[in-house]
Design a protein around this ligand. Structure first.
Ligand code: AMP
Length: 206
């Protein structure tokens, strides 16, 4: 199955993507993760992407499309994949439609008033990819795998504000784009992780 996960930054896409990719047995492809690993390794892609990511801006479409097209060519994507954080602009969605047919697009719909607090209090596990809110943690270790949690560089008030502005301007139009193609499934993101996951599975099976 070829699935796209849409949703505002902080809506829980990453958390749901980990659960859904296990359940659907397809690779989880997060453009944000690919950029961050390129930044850690100091590759030319990473060096270019960092300039934009640190400011809360989108990485240019041409560079983003290049990394996605390369990733989708890998053999593990032959029977499906789950895209998390891509596409984020109309040109990206149009380019994707020229490469593969998508089966479903899940929009995790969430009340935006909670997002700033979620993102600014977010702690991420560099080992297993889990994300948590600082208020729910008893120490600085990942409850799932025990690794030291980190704060993403772009999870600060100023960058978060810009990321939400960019989301509303550039990514929200994709909701209508996929609604028109009849592939959009909307799941209420203002629920527990388990309920959002169950909602995604019900809609996908529907
Ligand atoms: P994420 O981990 O999905 O929140 O992505 C982190 C950052 O990576 C974003 O704020 C963007 O700067 C960049 N990024 C990730 N995916 C894309 C995309 N599809 N298009 C452009 N920039 C992206």
């Amino acid at each position: 199955m070829r699935v796209i996960l849409l949703g505002a930054p902080g809506a829980g896409k990453g958390t749901q993507a980990i659960l859904l990719s296990k359940e659907l047995k397809v690779p989880h492809i997060s453009t944000g993760d690919i950029f961050r690993s390129n930044i850690r390794e100091g590759t030319p892609v990473g060096l270019r992407a960092k300039e934009y990511i640190d400011k809360g801006m989108l990485v240019p479409d041409e560079l983003t499309l290049q990394i996605v097209a390369e990733r989708l060519e890998a053999s593990d994507c032959r029977d499906g994949f789950l895209l998390d954080g891509f596409p984020r602009t109309l040109p990206q969605a149009e380019a994707l439609s020229g490469i593969v047919d998508i089966d479903a697009v899940i929009n995790i719909d969430i009340d935006q008033s909670v997002l700033k607090d979620r993102l600014c209090g977010r702690r991420c596990c560099p080992k297993c990819g889990g994300t948590y809110h600082v208020n729910t943690l008893k120490d600085s270790l990942c409850p799932a795998c025990g690794a030291e949690l980190i704060i993403r560089k772009d999870d600060n008030v100023q960058t978060v504000t810009e990321r939400l502005r960019v989301y509303n301007e550039q990514t929200v139009p994709l909701i209508q784009y996929y609604e028109q193609s009849g592939k959009l499934l909307v799941v209420d993101g203002n629920q527990s992780v388990e309920d959002v996951f169950a909602g995604c599975m019900v809609k996908l099976k529907g």
